[in-house]
Design a protein around this ligand. Sequence first.
Ligand SMILES: [Mg+2]
Length: 232
Amino acid sequence: MTAPPTCILLDIEGTTTAIAFVKDTLFPFAEAALDGFLDARGADPAVAAILADVRAAAPAEDPRATLRRWMTEDAKVTPLKSLQGLIWRAGYEDGRLQGHLWPDVAPCLRAWSRAGLRLAVYSSGSVPAQRLLFGHSVAGDLTGIFTGFFDTAVGGKRDAASYATIAAGLHLPAREILFLSDVAEELDAAAAAGLRTCQLVRDADGTRPSGRHAEAADFQAVARLHGLPAPG
Ligand SMILES: [Mg+2]
């Protein structure tokens, strides 16, 4: 029998966290909190610099109107993304926001960490956003159990080279790392780099099994399939 992995690499959306969390919680929160945040913090240097960038992008428009328009259009523009990041940070830090985790996730992560497994995150959300989500999660502050956080600074999630870079960054042979994701193309890329793979197929997220990777409905099933300790 193959030895169990020594490191678990985790995707977030669709794996640890509901896909809807970003769309139904984070984005509406930033929209609702925009005016209050700008009233309270508009003079902070970081916020003032963002507002100057907004004015430069749309000089004929009130910057708050520009920001609301960008939110409605879901525009991928840096000043909006930077401001949303600051609003989310404030929301997490004062307890109005909590990072969503499916109920099976934190107990398994804690059991795996206690058993000496290394845990790392690879998400298209930025490393600071990953730290906020796990640092202010519904299951408390989990950042201490992770030994690495990776975002698309290492490369795209559908690119095999990204997974080789992460394995090198963790100083581990690729075969010792188990990558968990809901997206088959990400798992294909990880497998091409030599990582082990398991697809999270969560009914609540509407994930379709690919048939190309081991499949698990939750982290308890991941533990059973891959010889990992279970909580309790
Ligand atoms: Mg995902």
